[in-house]
Write a protein that binds this ligand. Sequence first.
Ligand SMILES: Nc1ncnc2c1ncn2[C@@H]1O[C@H](COP(=O)(O)OP(=O)(O)OP(=O)(O)O)[C@@H](O)[C@H]1O
Ligand SMILES: Nc1ccn([C@@H]2O[C@H](COP(=O)(O)O)[C@@H](O)[C@H]2O)c(=O)n1
Length: 231
Amino acid sequence: MENGAARTAPAVIVAIDGPSGTGKSSTSKAVAAQLRLNYLDTGAQYRAITWWMVANGVDTDDAQAVAAAADKPEILSGTDPENPTITVDGVDVAGPIRTQEVTSKVSAVSAVPEIRTRITELQRAIAAAAVTGIVVEGRDIGTTVLPDADLKIFLTAAAEARAARRSGELKDSDVKATREALIKRDAADSTRKTSPLAKADDAVEVDTTDLTLPQVIECVVTLVEEKRAGK
Ligand SMILES: Nc1ncnc2c1ncn2[C@@H]1O[C@H](COP(=O)(O)OP(=O)(O)OP(=O)(O)O)[C@@H](O)[C@H]1O
Ligand SMILES: Nc1ccn([C@@H]2O[C@H](COP(=O)(O)O)[C@@H](O)[C@H]2O)c(=O)n1
C-alpha cells in the first residue's frame, strides 16, 4: 500500500425491496448497523410528503393538486441506522407519518409521477453521499432508483405471516382487516404506471415467511459480505 494509507472497503450500495410487512425496515436497519453502513427508509419519505399534503389541505385523490405541491415541502432523512430521522420543514414527523390516515393515502400520493421524480432525486443524492455505503429500502430501489446497486434483495412473505406481524404491532387491529389492508396497498403499489413495486431481474429473492428476523438479517449480511469478497 502506498504512503502507508489505510485500506478501506469500497462503498457498497444495497437495495432492499418488497411488499409491505416483509421485514424490509427491520432487516435493513440491522444489516446497516452491523456493517456500519448508512440506512434510508424511502417509505418514510413518501409518508412524509403525504403527511404534508394532508396537513396543508391538499386532496390526495387529486393527482394534479398533489403534483402542483410536489416541490413545496423540505424533506430531510437522517441515515444513522441506530437513529433514523425524518423531518418536514424542520418538524419531526416520525410519529405522525405512521397514522392510519397517512397509511391509507400514501399509495395515491406516491403514484403521482412528479412526487416520484422529487423523492427519487432526494434518494439518489443521499446514496451518492454515503461514504462507506448504504442500505436503501423501498419498492423501486433495485428497478429505478439505484439500478446499479451492488446487491439487490427482494423480500417476500405470505400475506398471513405479514398480517400477523403487523397485528402484533397495532393496538385493536384484527388480523383479517390488517391482511386486507396490506393486500390493497400492495395492489395499488404494484399496478401504478410509474415505477411500481417490482423485483429487479438481478435481485435475490428471500422468502421470510418461515424465517425469524435474526435469520433474515444473517442471510442478508452474508450476501453483502460475499458480494464484497467478489464471490
Ligand atoms: N422474519 C420475521 N419474523 C417475524 N417478525 C418479523 C420478521 N421480519 C419482520 N418482522 C416484524 O414484522 C413487522 C413488520 O416489519 P417491517 O416494518 O420491517 O416490514 P416492512 O417490510 O418494512 O414493512 P412496510 O413496508 O409496511 O414498512 C415488525 O414488527 C417486525 O419486527
Ligand atoms: N420506494 C418506495 C417506498 C415506498 N413507497 C410508497 O410508500 C408507502 C409506504 O411505504 P412503507 O415502506 O413505509 O410501508 C408504500 O405503500 C408505497 O406507496 C413507494 O412508492 N416507493
